[in-house]
Every structure is written in structure tokens, then in C-alpha cells.
Design a protein around this ligand. Structure first.
Ligand code: PGA
Length: 256
């Protein structure tokens, strides 16, 4: 059966405007057209958004932000609002990424406010969830995913559901070179899908669930082959065209 995928690059605090432009250019050259089942998204730092958006214009590459604040404007030094992101033409926003949760100590209720602000302004949130190694070793993985989904999606309306993407990113797999096994990913994704169905009804079952954590061009195919893995959120391997294109190619092959 034909599958559909979203392959997203999280560039984190890398690539200035010029480098961002060059990478988008290389991705466009590799894949001037995408099959209907595959979407590609890149998420540069705020200062590189406009360069990436300009270069991506007219191509199938979508551009998202890595974070935002939930208020529309005001005295919030250092923050960027949904209206500001809308005004430059961003489509998606990564929210609740493990580095936001664990390095910047963002709590579940703040992430929920940001998710709700995305829906209010027609931006597409990519809600990241995932357990730490201690939580996995304590047998709490599914409980953590439940809590992060339940709080992160509180107050969501039925019309918001088509805008939502979820990314399962086990914290222990991010930037470590140790990816979850396809079985571990599938177990977490199947669980998240079941919960999304319970929380959001039938439409919740259709929400794309990306896997993230040490995805590379050589493990993308096995991970993306799992039934409930609908794409990848890629950090390190998204910073160079050959490795990111290899991951895109895996999705393109599996989509047909
Ligand atoms: P990684 O990062 O691919 O470098 O493990 C993934 C992420 O943080 O989204």
C-alpha cells in the first residue's frame, strides 16, 4: 500500500543565512519534484528563516521554525511570536523539542499554550514527545508519552487536528548515534497513535507521527518501513545535503 511521509530537518543552532540558502539550493537541485506522498520540511534558526524561505520559493520544500512564544506581542525580550512567523511565511513550528524541555526547562503547560497558539494562527505544530533513558529504564516510556500528549494537546478543537504532527524522539537517541530500534520506535508510535485516537477521535488516528533520534541515511529505510512511522525528524544528518537527500530518497522509494 502506498505510504505518505514527512521528512523534516531540525537545523538547531547551526547554519547562518548564507549556509541555509546554500543547503536549500542543494536540496532543491536533488529533488526538484516530490511524489504526492512525500513532504519535506526544513527548520532553520530564526535568523536564517527568510533566506531559506526565499530560496525555497516555488519548490516543494517547506520551511518551519524551531520554537516560538505563545503571545502575539509584548514585553517578552528574546522571544518570537506566531504573528511574526506568519508574516515571513513559515508553515510549521517545532514545539516541545527535548532540548527545549530539558535544556531550557519548558514545562508541559507552556508547550500546550504554544501548541494552542499555533492552531489559533493557522501554523502547523510539530509536537515533540519522548522519554529520557532513566524513564525508559524505569518502564515509564508509555506513561511519559501519555502525559506529554495529554497535556500538550489539551483544548484542541476537531478542526485543528489536520494541522497537527507529532514527533516521537526518545531523549537518549537524540544526537547520540544510538537510534531506537525499529521495534522500539514502532511500539512507541503505535501507542501514541492509539492515544491520539482516544483524545481526538478518528481524525487523531491520521495524525502523522515522525520518529527522531539519530536518523541517518543508512537507517532511514528500516525505521520508515515500520507501520506507524510516518516520517523522520532529523538533526545532525539534516545539515548536509547528501545525508538528508539519502533520507528523503528512502521515503520517496517507500512511498511508491
Ligand atoms: P539527531 O537530532 O538526528 O541529531 O539525533 C534529532 C532532533 O533533535 O530532532
Amino acid at each position: 500500500m502506498a505510504r505518505s511521509y514527512l521528512i523534516a530537518g531540525n537545523w538547531k543552532m547551526h547554519l547562518n543565512a548564507e549556509e541555509a540558502r546554500a543547503l536549500v539550493k542543494a536540496l532543491k537541485a536533488h529533488t526538484p519534484k516530490l511524489p504526492p506522498g512525500v513532504e519535506v520540511l526544513v527548520c532553520p534558526a530564526f535568523t536564517s528563516l527568510e533566506a531559506a524561505l526565499e530560496e525555497a520559493k516555488g519548490s516543494p520544500i517547506q520551511v518551519g521554525a524551531q520554537n516560538m512564544y505563545w503571545q502575539e506581542q509584548g514585553a517578552f525580550t528574546g522571544e518570537v511570536s506566531p504573528l511574526m512567523l506568519k508574516s515571513v511565511g513559515v508553515s510549521h513550528v517545532l514545539l516541545g523539542h527535548s532540548e527545549r524541555r530539558h535544556v531550557f526547562m519548558e514545562p508541559d503547560d507552556l508547550i500546550q499554550k504554544k501548541v494552542a497558539a499555533c492552531f489559533k494562527h493557522g501554523l502547523k505544530p510539530v509536537l515533540c514527545i519522548g522519554e529520557t533513558l532513566d524513564e525508559r529504564n524505569a518502564g515509564k516510556t508509555l506513561e511519559v508519552l501519555d502525559r506529554q500528549l495529554h497535556t500538550g494537546l489539551a483544548g484542541l478543537k476537531p478542526e485543528d487536528v489536520p494541522l497537527l504532527t507529532v514527533a516521537y524522539e526518545p531523549v537518549w537517541a537524540i544526537g547520540t548515534g544510538v537510534n531506537a530500534t525499529p521495534q522500539q520506535a514502532q511500539e512507541a508510535h503505535a501507542h501514541a497513535r492509539k492515544r491520539l485516537g482516544e483524545l481526538l477521535g478518528a481524525a487523531g488516528l491520521q495524525v502523522k507521527i515522525l520518529y527522531g533520534g539519530s536518523v541517518k541515511d543508512d537507517n532511514a529505510k528500516v525505521l520508515l518501513s515500520e507501520k506507524d512511522v510516518d516520517g523522520a525528524l532529523v538533526g545532525g544528518a539534516a545539515l548536509k545535503a547528501p545525508s538528508f537527500c539519502g533520507i528523503m530518497d528512502a521515503a520517496i522509494a517507500l512511498s511508491q
